[in-house]
Write a protein that binds this ligand. Structure first.
Ligand code: S6P
Ligand code: ZN
Length: 190
């Protein structure tokens, strides 16, 4: 590799760990209930803001690391906690690390053969998402769930595979003893 062609200038950002904003500012991608009508077990709609993603852009090559903050607001629709759309990486073998900054959440991970792992997210948690695992975060608390994600920059996001199988194998709902994972009635193994 010719480093003269690929040498980036080092840079820094500051993260507000309570609301996920960046300095210097990055424009957020916003997802509302209307953008996720079929993501939940029961169809939903509305202009309620569910989450915002602020990405620190770098060239999308496999020698760079893309990173972003996600601010996932508290709320529920038809008993299901607010969550991200969730995706496999387009390049399936690309891994990712999530670092929890504030709030309380669950990270759902599912393999293509339907295995499921649910991990906790909170300030100081580090979740390793190996390649091959779809991932969706869920806010089970009363404050925004804020986390920082770092991943190989050419990973890409595949949302359609999740849509086609009706979501993840489990959904997170409020149970008698707090949030619990229950089978997703819409899930169909691909
Ligand atoms: C990207 C990484 C996160 C999510 C973000 C929103 O690979 O996993 O930055 O993009 O949490 O979730 P989603 O499923 O809408 O992309
Ligand atoms: Zn990802």
């Amino acid at each position: 590799m010719n480093m003269k062609d690929t040498l980036l200038v080092p840079f820094s950002f500051a993260i507000d760990t309570v609301n996920g904003t960046l300095t210097p500012e990055r424009p957020p991608v916003q997802r509302r209930l209307d953008d996720m009508k079929t993501a939940y077990a029961q169809e939903t709609s509305g202009d309620d803001l569910v989450y915002e993603v602020r990405q620190i852009d770098v060239p999308t090559t496999n020698s760079n690391l893309l990173s972003s903050t996600t601010t996932l607001y508290p709320g529920k629709t038809n008993g299901e906690y607010y969550m991200t759309k969730g995706h496999f990486h387009q390049k399936r073998d690309r891994a990712e690390v999530y670092v929890g900054l504030s709030g309380e959440g669950r990270l759902l991970m599912a393999s293509e053969s339907g295995e499921v792992v649910v991990e906790e997210m909170r300030a100081g948690s580090v979740n390793y998402v190996p390649g091959g695992w779809a991932h969706r975060s869920v806010n089970v608390g009363e404050e925004p769930l804020v986390f920082y994600a770092v991943y190989i920059a050419d990973a890409g996001q595949d949302y359609l595979a999740i849509e086609h199988q009706g979501g993840f194998p489990v959904i997170i709902v409020e149970g008698e003893n707090g949030p619990e994972a229950v089978p997703n009635p819409r899930f169909q193994q691909a």
